[in-house]
Design a protein around this ligand. Structure first.
Ligand SMILES: NC(=O)C1=CN([C@@H]2O[C@H](COP(=O)(O)OP(=O)(O)OC[C@H]3O[C@@H](n4cnc5c(N)ncnc54)[C@H](OP(=O)(O)O)[C@@H]3O)[C@@H](O)[C@H]2O)C=CC1
Ligand SMILES: CCCCCCCCCCCCCCCC(=O)[C@@H](N)CO
Length: 333
């Protein structure tokens, strides 16, 4: 008995030591003084909260979006209330991130010429059009990929060579909790965010051995102008399922996202449900504590999540019944 116990303890210790020497060391940044931070989608919602936080941490900030009025008003707000050093530059660039690569490259080159090399890129531009897949407008299906996937992939493609050359930098990808498991009504949108997750996981491995870091964020429902818009056409089932993760404030989400990125975390989750769901997330190896926690809890967590997902199936079945009885009573009228 004692020998068996000894063998188990020894194996665990060897495993931990192996992880300790194999994993890239975490690089933690305390502030963003004199650093250039670029936030796509920085004129609204989560992106705006991230831009404010970056400025409060001392960064020179560029926000990107299409609507110049919105961009200008956020630049004014940050300049007047959220900078801490006189040398911080706050600016905007009006760019559609779904443009061809040449336009992205031209815009980003100009940004670097004016403020300096990009230290941190936060890809927040994105949006959700919900609906059952068979009811989706086909142009919207493509728009979901163009904006959420290519709108992240192209800016990232631009910054990577410079970051690798300087051997420093942080990239943040904004995915969603709906890319931790598939959810009713998030078909076209979810697929695009799963693509973002897929890109992150490969690039993550391509960054092994360098000091460039990538953080993949999985936000839950967050109370932003974009969220209010998507609520207008969201199926009832999606509202019920998605709502079980709660509604979070953009400031809390933005602050946590930037804090995790500065700590060098490979993923970022929010709230209790995000943390529980993240135990199932095995796409990157983040830290010794993540690995050990997963080894110990995964079986149990899988069982819990199966029960929760089956309760979501019930929501879908109830929806079918409701629609059927509605049809029935319409026929009777
Ligand atoms: N809110 C939520 O519940 C959740 C959101 N997310 C993700 O977080 C990110 C931010 O969402 P949220 O804050 O709610 O969104 P908002 O709609 O509030 O803000 C979106 C931002 O992206 C910009 N944007 C949109 N389209 C383009 C484009 N083609 N080119 C450049 N900029 C563009 C908008 O500016 P403009 O329109 O002027 O271009 C705006 O600044 C998105 O990627 C979203 O998918 C993930 C999980 C949950
Ligand atoms: C103890 C229980 C643990 C498991 C609970 C499962 C909860 C599931 C919540 C799924 C939330 C999906 C949010 C998507 C938000 C989003 O991307 C859109 N708002 C788009 O903007």
């Amino acid at each position: 008995m004692l020998i068996l116990f000894g063998i188990i303890i020894a194996s665990i210790s060897i495993f931990i030591l192996f992880l300790y020497y194999s994993l890239d060391k975490k690089i933690s940044y305390k502030d963003l003084n004199r650093k250039h931070v670029v936030i796509t989608g920085g004129s609204s919602g989560i992106g705006k909260a991230v831009a404010i936080e970056a400025a409060e941490l001392g960064a020179s900030v560029t926000i990107i979006g299409r609507d110049k009025n919105k961009l200008q008003s956020v630049v004014d707000e940050i300049k007047s209330r959220h900078t801490i050093h006189s040398y911080q530059k706050i600016q905007y660039a009006s760019l559609d991130v779904t443009s061809d690569y040449k336009s992205i490259e031209k815009c980003f080159t100009e940004l670097e010429e004016y403020i300096g090399p990009i230290f941190m890129l936060i890809n927040c531009a994105g949006m959700c059009i919900c609906g059952q897949f068979e009811n989706m407008n086909v142009d919207d299906i493509k728009q979901m990929i163009d904006l959420n996937y290519f709108g992240t992939a192209y800016p990232t493609r631009y910054v990577l060579p410079g970051m690798k050359k300087r051997n420093e930098g942080i990239i943040v990808f904004v995915s969603t909790e709906a890319a931790l498991f598939g959810i009713y009504g998030y078909s076209a949108y979810g697929a695009a965010k799963w693509a973002v997750r897929g890109l992150a996981e490969s690039v993550f491995m391509e960054l092994v051995g360098t000091n460039v870091r990538l953080t993949l964020a999985f936000p839950p429902d967050t109370d932003t102008p974009g969220f209010k818009q998507e609520e207008l056409t969201k199926p009832k089932e999606t509202k019920l399922i998605s709502g079980s993760g709660g509604l979070h404030s953009p400031t809390t989400v933005g602050k946590k996202m930037i804090a995790d990125a500065m700590k060098g975390k490979s993923y970022s989750v929010f709230g209790l449900t995000g943390h529980i769901l993240s135990l199932m997330y095995c796409g990157t190896i983040d830290s010794i504590s993540q690995v050990l926690l997963q080894i110990v809890t995964l079986g149990f967590i899988r069982a819990i999540i199966i029960l929760i997902v089956l309760s979501f199936h019930k929501i879908v079945r109830d929806g079918l019944k409701e629609k059927a009885s509605k049809k029935h009573s319409e026929k009777d009228d």
